[in-house]
Design a protein around this ligand. Structure first.
Ligand SMILES: [Zn+2]
Ligand SMILES: [Zn+2]
Length: 178
């Protein structure tokens, strides 16, 4: 692995080859194509003794499959890995100990699915507040919780008949499509 200075010189030489390709040869296709290679070879011939090596890839742009970014905007270090070996639950930024966020591939967000209870709360909170005006929020919540339990046991009884209905609808659709 070349040291930092060598890497910097290599990168500058690489970029110079791009410039020569664009400006001297006026070639804009194939950024690392034959014209670029001609300049790279010239560089390596002339500067190889000084340790400069122009490769046709941007060695600093290794395409890692996974990346995690430090969530601290003042740090923002990106940790790149070929495998999913880091976990924000287990690992923190080694520079500032902040939380890491996976940024490549961006994890798919699990769609938020409210629980039955949350849906019930949403639909009935206003109702309870109306029925028990002036009751503190905490009390309204406990009334709702109680009512939800009663409602839930009623629904469970009804579940079977609902399922039968669904199944019969499905079989109707099946026979219709044949
Ligand atoms: Zn390049
Ligand atoms: Zn950090």
């Amino acid at each position: 692995m070349p040291n930092m200075t060598e890497r910097l010189l290599n990168a500058i030489a690489h970029e110079m080859c791009h410039l020569a390709t664009w400006i001297i040869d006026n070639t804009h296709q194939q950024p690392h194509g034959p014209v670029f290679k001609k300049w790279a070879a010239k560089c390596n011939r002339l500067l190889g003794k000084q340790g400069v090596f122009v490769s046709t890839t941007h060695s600093f742009e290794i395409d890692y499959k996974y990346a995690w970014t430090c969530s601290n905007p003042w740090c923002g270090i990106v940790y790149q890995r070929h495998s999913k070996c880091l976990s924000p639950q287990k690992h923190a930024c080694s520079n500032c100990r902040s939380q890491l966020t996976q940024t490549k591939p961006v994890p798919k967000m699990k769609p938020f699915t409210p629980s039955d209870y949350q849906i019930y709360l949403k639909n009935n909170l206003k109702n309870v507040k109306r029925r028990f005006p002036g009751s503190p929020h905490k009390e309204a919540m406990s009334i709702l919780a109680k009512e939800y339990r009663a409602h839930k046991s009623a629904v469970t009884d009804g579940d079977n008949s609902q399922m039968t209905l669904m199944l019969s609808t499905l079989s109707l659709q099946d026979s219709a499509s044949i």
